[in-house]
Design a protein around this ligand. Structure first.
Ligand code: NOJ
Length: 550
């Protein structure tokens, strides 16, 4: 029997559910590998690198959106949910990828984008052509404006990308008309999830991909689908009070329906939610076992590199929601953690508006320690492509090349997220560092020249490289049955040290004190994130040990 309020750690057969302990690798498709030489990553490039991911030791791949899209937000603006964008390949390529990944024992999670579609989706075109009050407009959030002539937005909501969350349309007769809601870019109109037609359409889309063998979905903006239908102003709400577009009660029934749908398919297929809600404990209702399987643990990602807050997040996670919320250090929306951890403000994950002094050597050392910390905790981990190469945030992308809509929507004040989306370096001696074929177009964003030494082939043979650490850690983790359960007990160490024991005498010690720390006398070293100084663990270093189980 599972503890109340906690998701069962075991599948019906008594085995741990795969997603409970999995390591999932996020592929940001357009920056992973370019197979056809157009400078943009694609399915062919990913298929060619499946052996790399298998050898890295991950269990599953989460792919960012590959659907037909005008790419106003890198594919998070979907024009056709049942087809692949030609930039990435064909539906046949997608099907082949799923088959081949399974042959490599890799599961495939695709990204579903239900909060909004593209302004070029046929539904939105139909809504623009139809009059106010029509069934076509009822699939979205169209409202008359405020002010004497409707010239003001219907409420004060702001787009997450900057500027108002409403755009006024020109009616078919040429007059300025209603406004529509978009929590993100104007090219991403929000769908109205109170409309049964929207619900039915997405159930059909989920089936479309489940029928093609995908192992689950990462749900984009999973906390915002349902809105308070009154659309009240939000500016006066005190911090900590949920906004009228997030975490609404109606979401739970929606995800219960989705859960029944996915459970009707064979295999353990999963939903992972993207919910940027805090405190973390607010995730708990979604993870009770009848809704989402997991949801990203952004509290870990946003914690500073300090022992107290990190331990706080770990305790909150394990105490309130259990290990159902995977540990995450980076993704395609936040500053890469090698860079974050090299700064004074290590908790600042959002795109900087200005350049901040960064010590990449320090950041690299901490990133290595953070890897061992996250992989030693009960639960699963999500890795972001390129973190295994130690890539840093690229902060000097020329203005004219910035593609993130945040840049335009903030009047160029915020440069956005492209710095963590720079195409991967695969081969040190090849043009574009092997991102695409040698005679292909240059990668869609320029790579720093210094990434030559970070190229995957340069690191593969170096036992001290970040790639070697990831491979060794994933191998060591996979071999330890004791890590499959969710027990953790803290060990008695000086303040500033995170030290805990798992089953089977396995222990992890992370030194955040700034001073060397003595390891316990009777231990065997499994793996360290950096060189040890005899029995001393240097600052910003982590070690995996076996200690006697007493
Ligand atoms: C979250 C995605 O991760 C991000 O990249 C995207 O811009 C927004 N959702 C809007 O879809």
């Amino acid at each position: 029997m599972a503890e109340p309020g906690r998701q069962p750690a075991q599948s019906a057969a008594g085995e741990p559910a795969w997603h409970h302990t999995a390591v999932v690798y996020e592929v940001y498709l357009r920056s992973f590998a370019d197979g056809n030489g157009d400078g943009v990553g694609d399915i062919a490039g990913l298929r060619a690198h499946l052996p790399y991911l298998r050898d890295l030791g991950v269990d599953a791949i989460w792919l960012t959106p590959w659907y037909r899209s005008p790419m106003a937000d890198g594919g998070y603006d979907v024009a056709d949910y049942r087809d692949i964008d030609p930039l990435f390949g064909t539906l046949g390529d997608a099907e082949a990828l799923v088959t081949e990944a399974h042959e490599h024992d890799l599961r495939i999670i695709v990204d579903i984008v239900p909060n909004h579609c593209s302004s070029q989706h046929p539904w939105f075109a139909a809504a623009l052509a139809a009059p106010p009050g029509s069934a076509e407009r009822a699939r979205f959030w169209f409202r008359p404006g405020r002010g004497s002539a409707g010239e003001l937005p219907p409420n004060d909501w702001q787009s997450m990308f900057g500027g108002p969350a409403w755009t006024r349309v020109t009616e078919p007769d040429g007059r300025p008309g209603e406004w529509y809601l978009h929590l993100y870019a104007a090219e991403q109109p929000d769908l109205n999830w109170d409309n049964p037609e929207v619900r039915a359409e997405f159930e059909d889309i989920l089936r479309f991909w489940l029928d093609r063998g995908v192992d689950g979905f990462r749900i984009d903006v999973a906390d915002c689908l349902v809105k308070d239908p009154e659309l009240p102003d939000a500016a006066g709400l005190p911090p900590g009070v949920r906004r009228p577009w997030e975490d609404q009660d109606g979401l739970h029934d929606l995800y219960r329906t989705w859960r029944r749908l996915i459970d009707s398919y064979p295999g353990e297929r999963v939903f992972i939610g993207e919910l940027w809600i805090s405190p973390l404990s607010r995730l708990q209702p979604y993870l009770l076992g009848d809704q989402l399987h997991t949801a990203f643990n952004f509290g870990f990602l946003t914690a500073p590199w300090e022992a107290g807050p990190l331990r706080g997040v770990i305790d909150t996670t394990l105490g309130s929601i259990g290990p159902a919320a995977p540990w995450v250090l980076s993704n395609h929306d936040v500053t890469r953690h090698v860079t974050r951890y090299g700064r004074v403000e290590t908790a600042r994950v959002w795109m900087a508006t200005e350049r901040v002094a960064t010590d990449l050597t320090l950041g690299n050392r901490r990133a290595r320690a953070a890897l061992l910390l996250s992989l030693a905790l009960p639960g699963s981990s999500y890795l972001y492509q390129g973190e295994e190469l130690g890539l840093w945030e690229v902060e000097d992308i020329p203005d004219g090349l910035i593609a993130d809509p945040i840049y335009e929507r903030t009047g160029h004040r915020v440069r956005g997220r492209d710095g963590c989306r720079v195409p991967l370096p695969w081969a040190a001696q090849t043009p574009g560092f092997g991102f695409g074929p040698p005679d292909g177009a240059a990668p869609w964003l320029p790579q720093p020249a210094d990434w030559r030494r970070l190229a995957a082939d340069a690191q593969a043979a170096d036992p001290g490289s970040m790639l070697a650490l990831y491979r060794a850690a994933l191998r060591a983790r996979a071999g330890r049955a004791g890590l499959a359960d969710d027990t953790l007990s803290w060990l008695d160490f000086p303040d500033g040290v995170l030290a805990f024991r798992r089953a089977g005498g396995f222990a992890c010690v992370v030194n955040l004190t700034g001073e060397p720390v003595r390891l316990p006398p009777d231990h065997e070293l499994v793996l360290a994130s950096g060189p040890l100084d005899g029995p001393l663990l240097p600052p910003d270093t982590a070690a995996w040990l076996t200690i006697s189980d007493g």
